[in-house]
Design a protein around this ligand. Structure first.
Ligand code: ZN
Length: 427
């Protein structure tokens, strides 16, 4: 069989074609939508986007993929997830709704520490069996590249276990999986009551966990939850500088709840991305622009928590900060694998234009993972990562609230839309 595919009978191709780097300002307002064209794939790469008749003549041996007048987009890049976890935490939703503060939920055994306890008790195989169908659900919503963080282990063995699960997912699934080490997600309970416990844990992160992660080449990025009450700016700087010196890319969870200097640190360190940013300050916005750091916004988290103080997407774009959109898929604050819903929220809550939301979900998501030179565009030389949608116009993507219109997706030219999502989603 030929290793060539020709995607024909397409109503629109959203190419996002342009410079192979993060898009800023007015550049974000152009998704380069084309009509009357087909897409030619050879092996794992796109080799042509041109008029259908021309491509049919030049690639007579290619297998035809009839898109039945749907819309073809670059596969979406979900650049922020915590997809490896044990059981779901549905009990907390009702407690929150009735006004119980997070600290009280945590005191009753909920919150992130519940996920830590749960993950520590599970084997690598169990965690893989739980996470694989979740990534399958993301692929079924048009995602072809996904970043997955550790961070529910918070001990050397459990962080390495989580990262090995992520590597197993990367090897076993057709989608592209990018691993991030988030040992600095929270100070684990066993260190909290000890004098100097915080300092001890930071030392462990820098001198024990980081070298082990690097030695096994288990993660491309290091991430820190930089927020008052979690890791301070100084602790974050220490951990991320060590990771950068060890050759890793760096990311931050920053300014989610208050403007604590996280974005300023991200910009100063030249971090690849700073994520959340609902409470970012003007100085933080300027720092991200100066550092060339991608602002990854996670509106599903705020929707789920019932909050209205969304990140200032328009001010970020106007200041020249490249903006990306991601799900933040996790069991506590964003239990969704519905990527088009994030596009909807990008437009309705963050007030992005449709083209801006599309660029945020493709080119800028790829830039948030250091992949903008080969992922996020339907253009010659780019990875053949595509999603096919049963819609007539790309503006329907954010319009059909909560709908599943993705018919198929391909990563590196191979189908990755699972027909059977399995049952072991959240046990
Ligand atoms: Zn997160």
């Amino acid at each position: 069989m030929s290793d060539e595919l020709l995607f024909v009978n397409v109503r629109q191709v959203v190419t996002c074609a342009g410079p192979a780097r993060a898009r800023r300002g007015a550049e974000m307002d152009d998704a380069a939508v084309r009509e009357g064209v087909a897409v030619h794939v050879r092996g794992d790469a796109i080799v042509g986007v041109a008029h259908e008749a021309e491509l049919r003549a030049s690639a007579p041996g290619a297998t035809l993929v009839d898109c039945e007048l749907g819309v073809l987009t670059p596969g979406f890049v979900d650049s922020h997830t915590h997809a490896v976890f044990g059981r779901a935490r549905y009990e907390e939703q009702e407690l929150r709704a009735t006004g119980m503060p997070y600290m009280e939920i945590a005191r009753r055994g909920g919150g992130i520490h519940a996920s830590v306890r749960d993950l520590r008790a599970r084997s690598e195989d169990e965690l893989f069996a739980l996470a694989a169908p979740r990534l399958g659900a993301l692929a079924a919503s048009g995602v072809t590249t996904v970043e997955v963080k550790s961070g529910y282990g918070l001990s050397l063995d459990d962080e390495l276990k989580t990262l090995r699960v992520i590597r197993h997912l990367a090897d076993a699934l057709p989608m592209r999986v990018v691993p991030t080490w988030l040992g600095a997600h929270e100070i684990p309970l066993e260190y909290r009551d000890r004098e100097n416990g915080r300092r001890e844990y930071v030392d462990r992160l820098v001198h024990e966990m980081l070298p082990a992660v690097v030695a096994e080449r288990l993660a491309r990025f290091a991430d820190v939850f930089c927020e008052p009450g979690v890791f301070t700016v100084e602790e974050s700087r220490e951990i991320l500088s060590a990771a950068r010196d060890a050759g890793m890319g760096i990311k931050l969870h920053a300014d989610e709840l208050s403007a604590g200097g996280g974005a300023e640190l991200a910009g100063a360190l030249g971090a690849t991305s700073a994520d959340h940013l609902a409470a970012i300050s003007e100085a933080g916005i300027r720092a991200l622009a100066a550092g060339g750091t991608v602002a990854t916004l996670l509106p599903a988290t705020l929707l789920f928590l019932g909050k209205r103080d969304h990140a200032p997407a328009r001010r970020l774009i106007d200041a020249g900060v490249p903006v990306a959109l991601a799900t933040d898929f996790n069991p506590g604050t964003s239990p969704t694998t519905n990527f088009p819903l994030v596009l909807t929220l990008g437009v309705s809550q963050l007030r992005l234009r449709v083209a801006e939301a599309l660029v945020a979900a493709t080119v800028n998501g790829a830039a948030a993972l250091g992949l903008a030179d080969r992922v996020g565009q339907v253009a010659p030389g780019f990875s053949a990562d595509l999603a096919l949608w049963a819609i007539d116009d790309v503006r329907e993507l954010p319009y059909w609230l909560g709908a599943g219109r993705c018919r198929a997706s391909w990563t590196r030219g191979k189908p990755c839309h699972p027909r059977d999502l399995g049952l072991a989603f959240s046990r």
